[in-house]
Design a protein around this ligand. Structure first.
Ligand code: WTA
Length: 652
């Protein structure tokens, strides 16, 4: 990924000015940069007051007296759900559609702000009746249906903390997250629709709960898939039965700005996922600010669609909190892009007249492969702004996105951010910036970014280095759940007072930023973060495995793909044909982590290349996985290993 990105950058001369009509109507102009310049945290205080309702206005802005533990707006009180719901109804927008829900089988529901508010109040009353209160953790394991959004907002409304676990994760991953957060309640569904059939969720919850020590009082089950599920007496409750008698009256109380809002687990460089902790006032400020300004949101007329699942940070900030805080009308879609036919996404754009569309490069590349006639057969003329997130977008995909989806006119915002940053940090402003295919470009107003050398000095233009954030920002993570030391070590030990993102970046002659991918043992597969260590641990946990090494290899569609090199214990080597052994290991990884972590390839090898000190030479394995020449091998303890590996690769 990185080499081709650099190469493309060198040849990238194209620039696209925002269209005149777009500029005439733009939400954010250059004055936003002016307002932020030299204004420090006060800029964010102004934004927060303008964008949000504070139950008790704050007088303190940023408390950075105990770095890296920030507090924003600490003496203010706020209710996140009230900001996303009630206040829009009170302002007379109750009839406005909040969610156009499209189920994969073709069912649909339009839910207004008034209806969504009433549903969330009922759900909040239900949670309270189950004994959930401020600070309690609630795990949400659901398909992308309205109840998932309702559940998140109901948890937020009562000051509790949600931890959404992506529905593609296995029972074991779910167990680890329930345990780590010591959750009191799990909200799930019987199942959801994916690729034309029902996938079950509830059985994974049952399996997870069988394995855990900590007590989960209740499991609330939304009926969606209609699949048969077992209900445990006294513990499991049907959502529809429990919510029916609940009142739609509920007073939203203000909580302290630093009251935790959610935990979201993400892969790190060790085998154990990190519970990234976000709090309320600062997070909502930046989610709302970025959603409004980066996506040029005109809430009265726009139809916005972000294709992310709520199991990822993009679904938190740009499906739930940002758009609803801004009173947007949006589409949420349960299924996959190609179900029942490859044009499903474009049918949805046409049907709801989507005007702002936010997705990941991996999806764009998959559509490129399928051919332009598929989107070409639909009316996509409603689209006026396109966004990209999750991984670097190569200029070729960027141009295709612009021409085929955006009709050659819609600006593209390539947004760089992370689970940890909570909201967008680097992006063009669509009515201001002259965009460049492939570059995320500029820090947003109020955000301070730098690219540093290994030694911590600014690299200057036309040079590459490590991406850092140099000033605290409102939606920054407040820590790692239960592990403050890991928070400090992971992000702050490298450069002391600067946040180290783990990404490589290049500054071009115009000071525009190009992201070059991760510099640590984290892979980016289809815009999702996976840890090499976590997958290695999973493979090694299988009884057949003696040793394993995992690398992220370049992949034309998914950005990177998981490639594993595995040494089997000798008694298993000839037990079954190699393809059966490989299939067994792939499924095992699926069970241990989830289908997204299944290796694209598993190579059974006799040895792994190691340095004299015994470290696995991942770079070399990556070269092999990507089919490159094998470079200097003098540091290998045994050069014959390479031959073994290349031979086994040739065999396939
Ligand atoms: C990568 C997703 C290049 C990056 C919001 C980061 C990107 C990781 C971009 C975070 C982009 C995200 N260009 N790379 N526009 N956006 N990334 O936590 O490596 O799932 O560190 O958050 O995705 O992934 P996460």
């Amino acid at each position: 990924m990185s080499e081709s990105t650099i190469d493309n950058r060198l040849h990238e001369e194209r620039r696209f000015e925002p269209p005149t009509e777009f500029v005439a109507q733009r939400i954010a102009g250059p004055e936003l940069y002016e307002a932020a310049k030299d204004n420090g945290p006060e800029f964010w205080a102004d934004q927060s007051r303008e964008l949000l309702h504070w139950h008790k206005p704050f007088t303190e802005v940023l408390d950075w007296s105990n770095p890296p533990f920030a507090k924003w707006f600490a003496d203010g009180h706020i209710n996140v759900a009230y900001n996303c719901l009630d206040r829009h109804v009170e302002a007379g927008h109750g009839e406005r559609i909040a969610l156009h829900f499209e189920g994969e089988p073709g069912d649909q529901r339009d839910i207004s702000y008034a209806e969504l508010t009433a549903e969330v109040r009922r759900a909040a009353n239900l949670l309270l009746s189950l004994g959930v209160s401020q600070g309690d953790r609630v795990v949400i394991y659901m398909p992308l249906i309205p109840e998932a959004v309702i559940a998140m907002l109901a948890v937020a409304r009562i000051g509790a903390i949600h931890s959404v676990v992506f529905g593609g994760f296995s029972a074991e991953s779910l167990r680890a997250r329930i345990d780590d957060a010591e959750a009191k309640l799990v909200i799930t569904a019987d199942g959801g629709y994916r690729k034309g059939s029902v996938f079950a969720l509830k059985p994974a919850v049952d399996d997870a709960l069988e394995m855990i020590a900590s007590p989960v009082d209740n499991v609330l089950v939304v009926k969606r898939g209609g699949n048969e599920v077992a209900m445990v007496d006294g513990r499991d409750l049907w959502w529809h039965e429990e919510i029916a008698p609940m009142s739609d009256q509920h007073h939203a109380e203000g909580f302290e700005a630093e009251n935790p809002l959610f935990i979201l687990y993400t892969s790190g460089t060790t085998g154990k996922p990190k519970g990234i902790l976000h709090t309320s006032g600062g997070y909502l400020t930046q989610a709302a600010f970025t959603h409004k300004n980066v996506f040029d949101l005109h809430p009265e007329t726009d139809v916005y669609w972000c294709t992310a699942d709520i199991g990822w940070i993009t679904g938190h900030s740009y499906v739930v909190y940002g758009p609803l805080a801004n009173g947007a009308t949006q589409v949420i879609y349960e299924g996959t892009p190609d179900s029942p036919a490859p044009g499903r996404w474009w049918d949805i754009v046409e049907k709801y007249k989507v005007s702002i569309f936010y997705t990941a490069p991996t999806a764009i590349r998959a559509f490129m492969k399928a051919g332009r006639q598929i989107p070409g057969a639909r009316d996509l003329s409603s689209l006026r702004l396109l966004g990209s997130v999750g991984e670097p977008i190569n200029p070729e995909a960027w141009m295709w996105y612009r021409e085929v989806i955006g009709g050659g006119v819609a600006p593209i915002v390539d947004t760089w951010w992370q689970t940890e940053t909570g909201a967008i940090m680097i992006s063009a402003l669509p009515g201001v910036t002259s965009t460049k295919p492939g570059a995320a470009q500029v820090p947003l107003p109020g955000i301070s970014i730098d690219v540093l050398s290994e030694e911590g000095t600014h690299v200057g233009p036309e040079a590459g280095g490590l991406l850092v954030v140099t000033q605290p920002w409102p939606s920054m993570l407040r820590g790692i759940w239960g592990d403050p030391d890991r928070y400090v070590d992971t992000y702050w030990s490298r450069f002391g007072d600067k946040y180290f993102a783990g990404d490589g970046a290049h500054l071009d002659a115009d000071h525009d930023i190009w992201l070059l991918g991760r510099v640590d043992d984290v892979m980016n597969v289809s815009g999702h973060r996976l840890s090499t260590m976590e997958i290695e641990s999973a493979i090694v946990a299988h009884e057949m495995t003696a040793e394993a090494a995992v690398v992220g290899a370049q992949d034309d569609t998914t950005g990177q793909a998981v490639v594993a090199f595995v040494i089997l214990k000798s008694r298993f080597v000839d037990q079954k044909p190699a393809d059966e052994l490989v299939a067994e290991l792939r499924n095992w990884v699926g069970q241990q982590i989830g289908a997204i972590a299944k290796p694209r390839e598993i190579h059974l090898v006799d040895e792994l290349p190691k340095t004299r000190s015994g470290k696995i030479m991942r770079r070399l394995l990556q070269d092999i996985a990507e089919g490159r020449e094998i470079g200097d091998t003098t540091t290998l303890t045994d050069t014959s290993v390479i031959r073994t590996i290349t031979t086994s690769l040739d065999d396939e």
